[in-house]
Design a protein around this ligand. Structure first.
Ligand code: MG
Length: 299
């Protein structure tokens, strides 16, 4: 399945409550023009059309509130199914898809894996994921620079992720806009490859602040580039104190034992949370049944 919004996107109909932006005059804006990301406020995806700042802030709050309602639904679905969901964010070219493919190859025998792929155009990444045997839905955002929770919710309805599994969401390659949008995931994972600058955390602080793990990827290329891993980690932790970091190569497999251990701990925690919910529900049912029995005896 591919869904498209914005330019040339008749296959994606439900523009209104998701990532489309309602202006103060009531019209909807669907990313069909060039963006000015210099607007004030936390939401890089809202654009400056010469509106007063306070009106822009009000629109941002409206968009984020709508998104959060859809994100809460996704989060509940993950909770009910014992799914561990990760939202991968990075610049284009950091190796997210290669990281996902190797991760799936390593875990698919042990856990069901479902994947949501976000790109502006093409289903190339979903095709690579499906070649592993994992189920994947490609969302094409058209001119949109990030996934939103409604798009992901629709993809999840199509994927119907199995119980006790892993849900991997590959966001659109962009270190700005995806930071502001909760998709219902357990964690945002920011991927920084050593072919980029080690100063990215300082240049794009919102994303590193929003992430719960930094994956430093392509470490097999360290002998050939000027990237300083210690400096990148130090810069990221200045923005997000204590940020856990794993150093991997998705092509050589270096660092994968630690990366996979982090994921498997998350899967176990998601299952435990679902089991606690079920036990609480069973206890509540038993209490209600006891109450009914007592009421029956009294009658
Ligand atoms: Mg990709």
């Amino acid at each position: 399945m591919a869904t498209t919004r914005g330019e040339g996107g008749p296959r994606y109909r439900s523009l209104a409550p998701g990532g489309a932006h309602q202006h103060a005059d009531g019209t909807w804006h669907t990313h069909d023009h060039a963006h000015d990301h210099a607007a004030p406020g936390p939401l890089g995806a809202v654009h400056d059309h010469g509106m007063p700042a306070e009106r822009i802030v009000a629109i941002e709050q409206d968009i984020l509130a709508r998104n959060d309602a859809f994100a809460a639904r996704n989060r509940q679905l993950f909770r009910d199914r014992g799914s561990f969901a990760l939202n991968f964010v990075s610049s284009p070219g950091s190796g997210k898809t290669t990281l996902l493919v190797r991760t799936i190859e390593a875990l698919k025998a042990s856990y069901p894996v479902a994947v949501v792929e976000g790109d502006q155009q093409t289903s190339l990444d979903a095709d690579r994921i499906r070649a592993t045997g994992a189920a994947a839905v490609q969302i094409n955002t058209g001119k949109g620079c990030h996934l939103d929770a409604q798009m992901v919710g629709e993809a999840l309805a199509a994927l119907d992720p199995a119980e006790d599994g892993l849900v991997l969401i590959e966001n659109v390659g962009n270190l700005v806009c995806p930071a502001a949008f909760d998709l219902g995931e357990a964690h945002k994972v920011v991927v920084l490859s050593v072919t980029e600058g080690d100063d990215k955390p300082e240049k794009y602080p919102d994303m590193f602040r929003a992430a719960d793990l930094m994956v430093v990827n392509k470490v097999d290329l360290l002998p050939y580039v000027k990237f300083d891993v210690a400096a990148a980690v130090e810069r990221a932790r200045r923005i997000r104190p204590g940020l856990p970091v794993v150093e991997v190569s998705a092509t050589s497999g270096a660092g994968f034992p630690e990366w996979l251990a982090w994921i498997e701990a998350g899967i176990a925690a998601a299952r435990d949370a679902r089991d606690r919910d079920l036990n609480a529900l069973r206890q509540r049912v038993a209490e209600l049944e006891a109450k009914l029995r007592a009421a029956g005896q009294a009658a």
